[in-house]
Ligand binder design. Structure first.
Ligand code: THU
Length: 127
């Protein structure tokens, strides 16, 4: 398995998902080859929950990383779990049309381009 998928799988172990029981890990690779990980962090209000992908992006940005090359997402589902709509928007704005590697615990993987997951985006180029 790709090291980026391995990092996402390991990050998933830290997920805080007592309400859904659905744990997700993400790993974002920057242009320097550094890997920034995230897991979903749920909240009793439900609505304040952050997905693994956004945690990875915001962690990376807060540490000064820019120019991302790829992101990997791992969940324990037979049908591979893609980023939710909110995460697609954030990924588009910070990463552009990067490859999105999906994986599960059985070793199934698939790589999609973000532009295919998020066609005709709204972004800063329209402002
Ligand atoms: N979740 C993620 O972290 N990433 C995804 O790609 C899909 C959904 C989380 C949010 C919530 O904590 C749980 O999975 C169930 O929706």
């Amino acid at each position: 398995m790709d090291a980026l998928l391995d990092a996402a799988r390991a990050a998933r172990d830290n997920a805080h998902a007592p309400f859904s029981g659905f744990t997700v890990g993400a790993a974002l690779e920057d242009a320097a080859g550094r890997i920034h990980t995230g897991c979903n962090v749920e909240n009793a209000t439900y609505g304040l929950t952050l997905c693994a992908e956004r945690v990875a992006v915001f962690k990376a940005i807060s540490e000064g990383a820019r120019n991302f090359r790829r992101i990997a997402v791992v969940a324990d589902t037979e049908r591979l779990t893609p980023p939710c709509g909110a995460c697609r928007q954030i990924l588009w704005e910070f990463c552009g049309n990067v490859p999105v590697l999906l994986g599960n615990l059985q070793g199934s993987t698939e790589t999609l381009q973000l532009a295919d997951l998020f066609p005709r985006p709204f972004d800063a180029s329209l402002l």
